[in-house]
Design a protein around this ligand. Structure first.
Ligand SMILES: [Zn+2]
Length: 69
């Protein structure tokens, strides 16, 4: 169903929206995507959050930090 304001507008109703990619974090050692968070600071005061994660790939286990801006 179309939005009412969109339908009354003179602009075309089907605009192409910008796409912003939110990439999943990957392990810097093995490029794996299966990570387990074991500690986090939800908000560091500036809206960003920091997590400590461990790669759960059986032959990796690399630990690193993850910063979400
Ligand atoms: Zn890994």
């Amino acid at each position: 169903m179309d939005d009412v304001q969109e339908a009354q507008s003179s602009r075309p109703s089907r605009r192409v929206l910008e796409t912003v990619t939110f990439a999943r974090p990957r392990c810097p050692r093995c490029d794996g995507v299966h990570l387990r968070k074991y500690r986090s600071i939800r908000d560091q005061g500036d809206g960003s959050s920091l997590c400590w994660v461990r790669c759960i790939a059986p032959d990796c286990g690399h630990r690193f930090r993850l910063l979400l801006e």
